[in-house]
Write a protein that binds this ligand. Structure first.
Ligand code: PLP
Length: 709
């Protein structure tokens, strides 16, 4: 559908199609102001808003609105012009044309683009946004899932219901990608016995872009059109097809858009087929297999994201053979040579493992926290026996972070501006000294600002609970959360290792803590379980029933339809962020970083990023730093530790108030959390680390080999 805007506001569509608005409060405010009701109804999707609103003429006649519009457009133009970016002075030789291609099966950029399921996708989205902020010339490559990830309903029995809705790209902030001559981009990949055609879309993310591949076009058979319907949907046939689409189709999409990046980043093994396609290109140009393989590895970065075995895709020999027919020849090798690139011997037989492929076809590899690096070494040790790369450790680490501007609440950002003496600190958010102003914020002001965002969160949660109750037929007890109670948030995918129900191990003890008359505690949960994950769904059910069964109505609530909007509201509004995964399975985790940035300290098992951040004053830990004899023992000990610390440390500190009602001791922890976590665990720090440690070595390697343009 066309958008027609009055001449005085003619650049609004430009703004709507660049996700710059997602992290720019003034731009978001402009859209909200244009049509507040429709803004909510479209799930903060400015493209649909502009297509459907009837307020454009009135806005064009409103001098105030037009002024605000000009201010936003000026900021937008300055941002896009990108003068004085970090990349420009750190690596002037590498700034400029697109140097890095970042491949990921999911991108969490905004709730209006539901092509992500959880932390991996959101990290990819935050990576692209910070690359844009820093001027790192990077293009993302992913898939446009026609039905996105599912929407979640929780029925009256506490069962998760999955609803798939058509995505309709015409009404989203995506547009057809263009080739260098301005034409639309169509590429194809080989599937068993046929060609599969892919349309290429583009999302603008500040100065960066993400290309998205889409099989749902008339050129394909009905069945093939569904191949990109769902993220992590379907069986292993769908999965291998999606990974061919991402890896092989992705490289072809770059070429069709006229792009020859110097560095290829595989964000998780899902993307590893990109290496095969690049070898194929080189062999077609006259190279032999071994040289091509070496050159591809030389220019490739691989990031592994989980120690959970299910997170490492592997395909049975027959399936791989069926989908890779022709490939051995194109690569200038034989079937064994191709198979060896991904071969892994499992107890049940040989498989083609995508992490093995990624490791074999990359020269720089990283895990996403220190602990995760050590765990990854153990997991993949065999592959590095006799490794002569000479770089010392074959897997390094770059700890994850978050895009400050996508997660920091506007009231907090304004408070920070005020005490840092302007907006200059915003350019150096990854510099710990830039955050020294936090110590100067008067406790009552920080507390007041937090109360404002908590109140917004409370309104959102209670409204969601009301809607849920209305839909499920109102048999559930009426639930509302209390604005004064100590509020813990827990929102993430309901993978079993994350142990969402750990707090229910001793319901009586929990009840005693939560329902204290003068020092109540409440928990807000949200999260989706993968449709095939029955134990994860049982967690949702158990939490849903806790209100009645454990007599915790109003003290433990679970919201449906978890997405980036829900995350944002919770991390900005709760008092504490809870994370209790089974150690050492949380590779990094990032939601606690989002909360700390907003002054909600982390209360977590010492796993993932937390051991690198925890200093005894910026949050709390759960459980021991050591090993347990059994999972059962670990669960029991962690639960005990959780109750003890909550009761003995968090509750007393939170409820100890000055005469004016400010919990000064608590505010100290808030400040310490902000000042220590915000800089170090920003994607601004993270992307710079990627550039220094991984991209630059690979780009210079590439140059040495004469690979770049
Ligand atoms: C930040 C975020 C996550 C990360 O959750 P962790 O459990 O901390 O890894 C997951 N999902 C969404 C939607 C997020 O925004």
């Amino acid at each position: 559908m066309q958008i027609s805007t009055p001449p005085r506001l003619e650049r609004l569509p430009e703004l709507a199609y660049n996700l710059f608005w997602t992290w720019t409060p003034e731009a978001r405010r402009l859209f909200t102001r244009l049509d507040p009701e429709l803004w909510e109804r479209t799930e903060h999707n400015p493209v649909r808003l502009l297509q459907e609103t009837e307020n454009l003429e009135a806005a064009a006649g409103d001098a105030d609105f037009v002024d605000a519009y000009h201010l936003v457009m000026r900021e937008f133009d300055e941002y896009l012009a990108g003068r004085d970016t970090w990349m420009g002075y750190a690596y002037p030789g590498l700034a400029g044309s697109t140097r890095v291609a970042y491949f990921s099966a999911e991108f969490g950029l905004h709730e209006s683009l539901p092509i992500y399921s959880g932390g991996l996708g959101v990290l990819a989205g935050d990576h692209v946004k910070s690359a844009s902020d820093l001027g790192v010339p990077l293009v993302g490559v992913g898939i446009l899932y026609a039905q996105g990830f599912f929407r979640q309903r929780i029925d009256a029995e506490g069962n998760q219901r999955e609803i798939y809705e058509p995505f309709d790209p015409e009404a989203r902030p995506v547009r057809p990608a263009r080739d260098p001559d301005g034409g639309k981009v169509l590429v194809s990949v080989e599937m068993p016995g046929r060609e599969l055609y892919l349309k290429v879309w583009e999302v603008e993310v500040g100065r960066s872009a993400v290309l998205l591949l889409d099989a749902d076009i008339p050129e394909n058979s009905e069945e093939d059109r569904h191949l990109t319907a769902r993220l992590y949907g379907g069986d292993t046939r769908t999965r291998i097809a999606q990974e061919i689409i991402l890896g092989v189709g992705g490289v072809r999409a770059l070429r069709a858009c006229g792009l020859r990046p110097a560095v290829y980043h595989m964000n998780e093994g899902h993307a590893a087929f990109l290496g095969l396609e690049r070898i194929r290109e080189m062999v077609a140009a006259g190279e032999d297999f071994r040289d091509a393989r070496r050159r591809v590895a030389e220019s490739t970065v691989f990031t592994t994201h989980t120690p959970v075995p299910a997170g490492h895709d592997a395909f049975a020999p027959e399936l791989f053979r069926e989908f890779s027919s022709g490939w051995a020849e194109w690569l200038g090798t034989d079937r064994d040579g191709l198979w060896a690139l991904g071969h892994k011997q499992e107890a049940w037989g040989p498989v083609f493992n995508m992490t093995v492929l990624a490791i074999n076809l990359s020269r720089s590899r990283n895990a996403v926290s220190q602990i995760h690096r050590d765990v990854s070494h153990k997991m993949w040790y065999d592959l590095f026996l006799g490794d002569d790369h000479g770089e010392g450790r074959p897997i390094t680490h770059v700890t994850n972070g978050v895009h400050t501007w996508s997660w920091l609440s506007a009231p907090m950002a304004e408070l920070y501006d005020r005490y840092s003496g302007g907006r200059a600190w915003r350019n150096t958010v990854d510099d710990p000294t830039a955050w020294s102003f936090v110590a100067e914020i008067p406790p009552e002001e920080l507390w007041e600002t937090h109360r404002t965002t908590k109140e917004e969160m409370r309104g959102f949660v209670n409204e969601r609970l009301r809607q849920q109750r209305e839909r499920t037929g109102a048999t559930a007890p009426v639930q509302e959360i209390d604005p004064e109670a100590l509020t813990l948030g827990f929102a993430r995918r309901f993978a079993t290792y994350k142990r969402a129900t750990l707090l229910l191990r001793d319901p009586e003890r929990l009840r005693e803590i939560a329902k204290s008359a003068d020092r109540p505690v409440q928990f807000v949960f949200a999260g989706k379980a993968h449709p095939a994950d029955s134990p994860g769904k049982e967690f949702i059910k158990a939490l849903y029933h806790a209100a009645e069964e454990a007599d915790l109505a109003g003290h433990l609530v679970i919201l449906e339809d978890y997405d980036m909007d829900v995350t944002r509201r919770l991390v900005q509004g709760v008092d504490v962020w809870l994370n209790n995964p089974r150690r050492p399975l949380e590779a990094s985790g990032t939601s606690g970083q989002k909360a700390s940035l907003n002054g909600a300290p982390n209360f977590s098992v010492l796993d993932g990023w937390w051991p690198e951040a925890y200093n005894g004053r910026n949050g709390w830990t759960i459980g021991e730093d050591g090993e347990y004899a059994s999972l059962e023992e670990q669960d029991a000990a962690d639960a005990r530790s959780f109750y003890e610390t909550l009761e003995g440390s968090l509750v007393p500190l939170f409820y100890e108030r000055t005469a004016s009602g400010v919990p000064e001791g608590w505010v100290e922890v808030m400040k310490e959390a902000i000042a220590t976590v915000a800089p170090k665990f920003s994607t601004q720090r993270m992307v710079r680390d990627y550039v220094h440690k991984l991209y630059v070595p690979r780009a210079t390697g590439t140059e040495r080999l004469g690979l770049s343009r």
